[in-house]
Design a protein around this ligand. Sequence first.
Ligand code: ASP
Length: 479
Amino acid sequence: MRTLSIEAKTSIGKSITLMGWIDIRRDHGKLIFLELRDAAGKIQLVVTPKNAELHKIAETLRPEWVVEITGEVAARPDAMKNPEHPTGEIELKVTDILVLNESLTPPLDISSGGLLIGEEVRMKYRYLDIRRPRLNKNLKNRFKALKFIRDFLSERGFTEVETPSLSKSTPEGARDYLVPSRIEPGKFYALPQSPQQYKQLLMVGGLEKYFQIARCFRDEDTRGDRQPEFTQLDLEMSFVQAEDVIKLNEELLINLIRANYPEKTVQEIPFPRVSYKEAMEKYGTDRPDLRKNKEDQNLLAFCWVVDFPFFEKTEEGGFTFTHNPFSAPKAEFMPDLMNKKNIGEILTTQYDVVLNGFEIGGGSIRNHKPDALKKVFEIMGFEEKKITENFGHMLEALSYGAPPHGGIAWGFDRLMMLLENEPNIREVIAFPKTGDARDLMMEAPSEVPKEQLKELRISVEKPREKIKNRPRLHRDGSN
Ligand code: ASP
């Protein structure tokens, strides 16, 4: 039976079998020291020349070979003990070695943290990159955070619902990823920029408390804190006001940090509120970094930014929404919205949650009456026909007794990046894309066979020409 490295401590004097990867081999001539790495950590192994055959096998072992090793657990001589290391007080005196698989020499160093290695090679060999303990830890902690969120929300009566990935193009401010329809040539699905409309429709459906760990897709330039596909904690609630959503999310964030990151301190509870106007005047940004000590990695300064203008002027002189077209204005501005008056002055119910200068979430109370939602589209200058084509289904749904509702979505990758003290979100995503939206490991995007295009009735104008001046990826995540 297999024992994990961390469990060996309790087996001093006993024979155990470990399985994992050779992390390091140090050949001292007579004695060969090996470090074996498994899911639980690392452990030192010693091969003596007593058994010549075994010694010979040990000489052939190379980093990243996969082995099954049997031996007797022994306390290390006092001078060799390393109390800092979880298995630093013991070693395994090897009695048998079975090579389960050999490995080519890895094209990148796995034993280091990896942040100084060029990202192109890390992405191309991501499966090797993930072997490094830091990434392994990040993925495990990401899962722990997701589990905490799921447990917290389900205890409070939320239902997790999966919404479609093949959807309709929606105006959320970014470019859509399109998927051609085979059955209706010339028509396209869009991958969702967020589950916004579906979650509102679930409220019309009477679900009352929804959440989803949702994948979202936005075709925009990749940066340190942006990816073409990213993960949101998306939630929506019926019969609530902004205060209810804010309180619940604050409680969830604080509890998550206390449970999973006890070394971190939340600077101020309740999170301070800053109006958009104040943020811009005082800090020159709508995501202020309120940390009192910016040197301290474990200090978390959250704040809520509120009172955003609903609309902003477009270059053409019209108006567009600043955050979310489905938001309701603050109650006192509802008459102005309905009368399409003082448009530039209307404030929205939008609330953004900011952490150490990063926007990690945002949401609002929605317009649950169709007339009010329609006014938003009219202010944006949409013709009746366009409103019906694009939003007819939403306006219709709201006409069948839609309850008042509101919600929020967190940029989950960004939150994990900050909690794990990482410089960019790619360090907390298993298989991220590069700055120019490529998957170097799978070599996506890729050309497809002509037959596939024919089936979709698609002809490509200039198949091999790439967009010039594509942003390259830098180590710090900037382009
Ligand atoms: N759907 C919004 C977004 O992705 C979040 C929300 O308002 O709930 O930004």
